[in-house]
Design a protein around this ligand. Sequence first.
Ligand code: C5P
Length: 219
Amino acid sequence: PDDFPLKGKKILVTAGPTQEALDPVRYFSNHSSGKMGYAIACAASRTGAEVTLVTGPTQLEAPQGVSVVQVNSARDMYEAVIKRFEAADVVVKAAAVADYRPETVSGQKIKKGDGPLLVKMVRNPDILTEIGARKTHQLLVGFAAETENLEENAQRKLEKKRLDLLVANRAEDGFGKDTNKVTFFFAGGRRQAFEQMPKRRVAEEICRAIAGLLETSVL
Ligand code: C5P
């Protein structure tokens, strides 16, 4: 077996949460730890890929040998990904991108009043849908963490975002943990279900699947 199946491949990985500013000291975000994306960046780099990791704020150390791009908001991440998309062979979108951001960012810290505070939230771009629409030769891998209707939602996202592989899990099985229990949904209908395993192992299985897809796509 080839120890370096991704040798020379340019892989773009996104990881972590995004932060959507409300004022100079506050933001909306989520509990994503970034562990899954970082583990994928590590595994891909170990198997010979040239990896760029576009990451929201996390507590994690930059993986060795990986080029890291730090971003904050979903729109920053969108720009960082679009800029590098053309040159990539594979894009793995493990980031938990905020779907909404506050419509306006206050220049000053918002003072508290006696009543409720109403914040209007507007949609962020869906990065994966955007690159799905533009893809030429790139392999696209997405994630879906669902609290309900896992299969239906996974299948719908795979098709809507024009992905080659969707890695799905129940939200409670993966979020913030060191392990995950995932099912791979491939374009074309093939599925592969795994037992719970460390994210490092999930990352290796994802790299193995990517190597398999790259191999069949050149034949
Ligand atoms: O949020 P959703 O479940 O649709 O996310 C599925 C996939 O889409 C994930 O891989 C996520 O990184 C990506 N996504 C994105 N931009 C968004 C929302 C989600 O790239 N604004």
